[in-house]
Design a protein around this ligand. Structure first.
Ligand SMILES: NC(=O)c1ccc[n+]([C@@H]2O[C@H](COP(=O)([O-])OP(=O)(O)OC[C@H]3O[C@@H](n4cnc5c(N)ncnc54)[C@H](OP(=O)(O)O)[C@@H]3O)[C@@H](O)[C@H]2O)c1
Length: 359
C-alpha cells in the first residue's frame, strides 16, 4: 500500500492557529493538487481532534474526479478513516455522512456516536503500522494521511509512509501553542525529492529513504541518462528504464538495446529474466509513459508490466502523440491496481532527448 502524508504549513511550521476558526493555509492551486491526490486514494485518514475542530467533509466533490475513479474501478467516494483513543466523536460530524465508508480505529468502543460508522476497529494499543496493516487487509491500495499534527507525527516517527507532501505558505502564525510539526520527535529518515511553487506556496515532496537509500529522483535520472544511449532513429522514441526488484536488484535498459524493436522496459525485463529475477512487487522507472499499443509486438509494455506483477511505475513524460494519438499506458496500469507516479518536473529533459523527432 502506498501511503502519502500531506500537510499545509505556515512559514513557522504551524498547522493551524489557536483561534476557534479554521486557519486557511492552502491557496486554490494547492487545494486543486490535494483534491487530485485524494482522487487517487482509496482512503483518507485524519485524527479525531481534526474532526472535532474542523468538521471536514473529506469527500470528493469534483464530478470529473468521481467519474475517473469509477472508470478505474474505484468507488466514487473515498473511505474516511479516523483514530481516537477516547472514542468521543459527535455522531453529527460530516465524517459520519452516509456517502462512502466511515471507519473508526479506537481504543475505546464504549463511547456513543460510533454506531454511525461503517466499521469500528477496536485495538488495545493503536499504532500507525497497525492501522496501515488493517487497511491493507481491507484492500486499501493508497492511503492519504492529512493530519493533524499528532497523527502525522506518529506516521513519521514509525516510518509508516512512502511520501510526505508539505505545502508551505508565507503566512506566519507566531503563536507558541499552535499545533506544529517541528516538535522533538523521532522521524524516519527521508530525502527532499521535488520542490516547486504553486503561486505563493512552496510544495516539497519528501520520500522515505528505503534500505538502499536511493530515491525515485535518482533512479529516474538514471533512466534519462540511459535514454541518451539510444540510436536516434525516426521509428522510435529514445527511452531509458530501470527496474528495482522487491529484494533490491537493479536492471537497466534502453530502447533498441536488446533488439531493434525492443522498448526500454522490454530490454530491462529481458535482462532481469536472464538472471531468473522475480519481478513481482518491483518498481519500474521509465523516462516515458509505458506504451499501451504495439504494432511490431503482440504485447505492449504496460501489459508486460501488469503480467509480471510489478507494483509501481514511475515515469517522467506522458507519451507524446508522435506515433500513437492516445496512449492509455497510465490508465491501463492504474486500472490493474498498479501505483503510478508521474515526475513532470523531469519531463522537459525527456523531451530534449527526443527533440530530434520534430526536425
Ligand atoms: N494544515 C493542515 O494541513 C492540517 C490538516 C489537518 C489538521 N490540521 C489542524 O491540526 C489540528 C489538530 O491536530 P492535533 O494534533 O491536535 O490532532 P489530530 O492529530 O487531528 O488528532 C489527535 C487525536 O487523534 C487520536 N489519536 C492520536 N494518536 C492515537 C493513537 N495512537 N490511537 C488512537 N487514537 C489516537 C486522539 O483522539 P482522542 O482525543 O479522541 O483520543 C488524539 O487526540 C487542528 O487545529 C486542525 O485544524 C491542519
Amino acid at each position: 500500500m502506498r501511503i502519502v502524508l500531506s500537510v499545509a504549513l505556515s512559514s513557522d511550521w504551524c498547522l493551524d492557529d489557536c483561534s476557534q476558526q479554521r486557519l486557511v493555509i492552502s491557496n486554490d492551486k494547492d487545494w486543486d493538487e490535494v483534491y487530485a491526490l485524494r482522487g487517487e486514494c482509496d482512503a483518507i485518514l485524519v485524527g479525531a481532534e481534526t474532526l472535532r475542530r474542523d468538521n471536514p467533509g473529506l469527500r470528493i466533490k469534483s464530478e470529473l474526479i468521481r467519474s475517473e475513479r469509477i472508470s478505474r474501478g474505484m468507488s466514487p467516494d473515498i473511505s474516511r478513516i479516523t483514530m481516537t483513543r477516547s472514542g468521543v466523536l459527535d455522531p453529527n460530524l460530516k465524517f459520519f455522512s452516509p456517502e462512502g465508508d466511515a471507519i473508526v480505529f479506537t481504543e475505546n468502543r464504549g463511547v456513543g456516536g460510533l454506531e454511525r460508522s461503517t466499521r469500528v476497529i477496536c485495538r488495545r494499543c493503536l499504532s500507525a503500522r497497525c492501522v496501515a496493516n488493517e487497511l491493507e487487509r481491507m484492500g486499501c491500495k493508497q492511503l492519504m494521511v492529512e493530519g493533524g499534527a499528532q497523527i502525522l507525527r506518529m506516521f513519521l516517527a514509525e516510518g509508516v509512509f512512502d511520501e510526505l507532501r508539505v505545502a508551505q505558505s508565507p503566512i506566519v502564525v507566531g503563536e507558541e501553542s499552535a499545533p506544529k510539526l517541528v516538535e522533538p520527535w523521532k522521524m524516519h529518515p527521508m530525502v527532499l525529492e521535488r520542490e516547486y511553487r504553486l503561486d505563493d506556496m512552496t510544495i516539497r515532496w519528501f520520500r522515505r529513504i528505503g534500505s538502499d537509500g536511493r530515491t525515485d529522483y535518482e533512479f529516474m535520472n538514471r533512466a534519462i541518462e540511459l535514454s541518451r544511449r539510444c540510436e536516434k532513429v525516426a521509428t522510435h522514441y529514445c527511452v531509458g528504464a530501470v527496474i528495482v526488484t522487491a529484494d533490491g536488484r537493479v536492471f537497466e535498459g534502453y530502447t533498441g538495446e536488446t533488439g531493434e524493436h525492443d522498448h526500454a522496459e522490454e530490454a530491462a525485463v529481458l535482462k532481469a529474466d536472464r538472471t531468473g529475477a522475480d519481478l513481482r512487487g518491483a518498481t519500474i522507472y521509465s523516462s516515458m509513459e509505458p506504451c499501451s499499443k504495439r504494432s511490431s509486438k503482440p504485447r505492449s509494455c504496460s501489459e508486460i508490466i501488469i503480467e509480471r506483477g510489478m507494483s509501481r511505475v514511475v515515469f517522467a513524460l506522458s507519451e507524446p502523440t508522435h506515433f500513437v494519438s492516445n496512449c492509455q499506458g497510465e490508465s491501463m496500469l492504474r486500472r490493474a491496481g498498479i501505483e503510478v507516479v508521474r515526475m513532470p518536473e523531469l519531463a522537459d529533459r525527456v523531451e530534449d532527448v527526443n527533440a530530434y523527432l520534430n526536425n
